[in-house]
Design a protein around this ligand. Structure first.
Ligand code: ADP
Ligand code: MG
Ligand code: ZN
Length: 577
């Protein structure tokens, strides 16, 4: 029998490689992790996918492998322009043909990438989101073959979230413009709200959803009260992370600079990173951090999205993050290699005051400010929890966890709860009396001085030693009073006037003063040598309360009733600490 006389098919085209073969031969890994295989199979078969997977989970392969297996070029939309060159370089060393188009290129470089795309010479093409809106880009894409669209950092489409990018909103049009091309959206942010918003705004109506566990068992979570934050950070580094690579997040550029310098002075190899530095300096610092061992990057949140350094051993926050999502993403940069790592955060009352002020001063409407406030409240609740931090984090992301992880600070050193009802009554009473009897508002420092009966010049000047609450709180040390104030803020029983940093009562304060509400609080864990002899203090507390407080409450009730009818705002005298 003779075979029909047909030209033999080119061997390279005969059988497409399987995803597993690509994983092994191109990327050099043995096996897929988690749901990578199912996700990849979905996209290879032409389906859409929405992937929620924690930072470091391995999202990139979920689109890179389908791009290699399917015919044509995988088009990757990413907001991380600064990283595109690195990503492309890394792929090219593996023999993957990749290019990018963004605003950093000169026309020659751009033309060469466009040529390569048209000629079918690219496996992956990275695009900045604003590029896709340009008609010439759409025409270009039509001149080649699109294997798939990958939308990385897909939470940028969410206005609820903290990384919103208006250009992402247009990505919902991809399905109409290129109906046959599979789309895969990926993010490490997974609140139910963001999840739904991504699906809706990207029109992923038929997509399969893949929700990985957000647990990062190798990360130990620790949140400590801020005392002398730089000292605390240095202690942490010396005791547990000498010579380790890590990231220290600060809120402001100024504190980034200062902290980096102080670390260097203390023998730590630290570099600053923030948006105010020239781009070549930023790039150089990032490259040093990625390529060399044991570098500590001190940065604002401008640093880190998309950074893939496996051996980051700690992520430290010297200031309170604005949201649990942000905190989780930032801490998620630790321990991508699966080895034990630390997420450490120091926070204090001043963080709360500062952030409330930032929210009050932020652009946008009332709804926007309410969202920011809700984010902050969730973050505070995590800081003040007496529960397992991991359980609380995962529940925030809608995932069950039984608690008792054994590897967070509250599991390892369970905070002792104490009945803070009386302390809360005292503190709120002091705020109340200042307001009603003197028409004055003060910050927490002065209020604590009043409670502790301290004869400071300011106390004398304002004759605050004549207040009935003067000295009623001398049974608790100053640090504990600050802890009480912080926790009252976290529980919504006290407010800070964002403009002046002064303390205000809330609607719920009345329930505490009226003894309709108990106030369980936690003891701040002591770094070492925790003292347990609290019984004397507790008795003193009990003795110091009653009559005065009851009277205060009666007056407060009368006052509330009266002010409910009052028009206008009392002319307060405002003082800063
Ligand atoms: P993400 O984008 O989800 O944060 P990446 O895609 O950057 O995570 O992957 C994180 C790290 O895990 C990378 O170093 C990557 O090469 C590695 N990785 C991903 N999948 C696997 C796998 N199946 N086996 C081994 N390493 C993997
Ligand atoms: Mg990624
Ligand atoms: Zn725990």
């Amino acid at each position: 029998m003779t075979e029909p006389d047909a030209a033999p098919t080119a061997p390279a085209l005969a059988v497409a490689p399987t995803p597993l073969e690509v994983l092994r031969t191109v990327f050099g890994y043995e096996a897929f992790r988690g749901e990578q295989q199912q996700i990849i199979d979905t996209v290879v078969a032409g389906g859409d996918a929405l992937v929620l997977m924690p930072t470091g989970g391995g999202k990139s392969l979920c689109y890179q492998i389908p791009a290699l297996v399917r015919r044509g070029t995988g088009v990757v939309v990413s907001p991380l322009i600064a990283l595109m060159q690195d990503q492309v370089d890394a792929l090219e060393t593996l023999g993957v043909r990749a290019g990018f188009l963004n605003s950093t290129q000169n026309p020659d470089e751009r033309r060469e990438v466009e040529r390569a795309y048209r000629a079918g010479e690219l496996d992956l093409l990275y695009l900045a989101p604003e590029r896709l809106g340009v008609p010439s880009t759409a025409r270009l894409l039509d001149e080649g073959t699109i294997a798939l669209f990958a939308i990385d950092e897909a939470h940028c489409v969410s206005q609820w979230g903290h990384d919103f990018r208006p250009d992402y909103l247009r990505l919902g049009e991809l399905a109409e413009r290129w109906p046959g091309v599979p789309r895969i959206a990926l993010t490490a942010t997974a609140t139910r709200q963001t999840h739904e918003e991504i699906a809706t705004r990207l029109a992923l109506t038929e997509a399969r959803h893949f929700v990985a566990s957000f647990d990062r068992p190798n990360i130990t979570y620790r949140i400590v009260p801020k005392d002398n934050p730089f000292r605390q950070l240095l202690d942490l580094l010396r005791a547990e992370h000498a010579g380790d690579a890590g990231i220290v997040y600060c809120l402001s550029r100024a504190s980034v600079e200062k902290t980096a310098q102080q670390l260097v002075e203390n023998g730590v190899r630290a570099l600053p990173y923030h948006a105010g530095l020239p781009s070549d300096v930023r790039a150089a610092h990032q490259a040093t951090f990625l390529r060399e061992d044991g570098v500590v990057m001190v940065a604002t949140i401008a640093f880190g999205m998309g950074i893939d350094k496996p051996d980051v051993r700690f992520v430290a926050h010297l200031d309170l993050p604005k949201s649990v999502e942000g905190y989780y993403q930032e801490t998620g940069r630790a321990g991508r290699d699966g080895l034990p790592s630390t997420a450490w955060l120091a926070y204090g009352l001043s963080d709360v005051v500062q952030q409330r002020r930032m929210i009050a001063e932020s652009d946008g409407d009332a709804a926007h400010r309410r969202r920011l406030a809700a984010h902050l409240d969730a973050m505070l609740a995590l800081c003040e929890t007496v529960e397992c931090r991991r359980a609380q984090l995962l529940r925030y992301f809608g995932q069950d966890h039984p608690g008792g992880c054994g590897a967070c600070d509250t599991c390892q050193n369970p905070p002792q709860a104490w009945d803070g009802t009386i302390a809360a009554q005292k503190l709120l009473s002091a705020v109340y009396r200042l307001e009603r009897e003197r028409n004055q508002r003060f910050g927490v420092g002065h209020v604590v001085d009043i409670l502790r009966g301290k004869a400071t010049p300011k106390i004398t000047q304002w004759r605050h030693d004549e207040l009935t609450v003067f000295g009623v709180g001398d049974d608790l040390p100053e640090a504990q009073w600050r802890s009480v104030a912080r926790q009252l803020l976290a529980q919504g029983l006290l407010e800070v006037d964002p403009a002046h940093g002064t303390l205000l009562l809330t609607e719920a304060s009345g329930d505490v003063l009226g003894r309709r509400r108990e106030v369980p609080l936690r003891h701040d864990p002591r770094p070492q040598g925790r003292t347990t002899s609290r019984s004397g203090g507790a008795r003193a507390e009990a003795a110091a309360l009653s009559d005065g407080d009851q009277a205060v409450f009666e007056r407060l009730r009368a006052w509330r009733a009266a002010t409910a009818k009052e028009q206008g705002v009392p002319a307060y005298v405002v003082f800063h600490d």
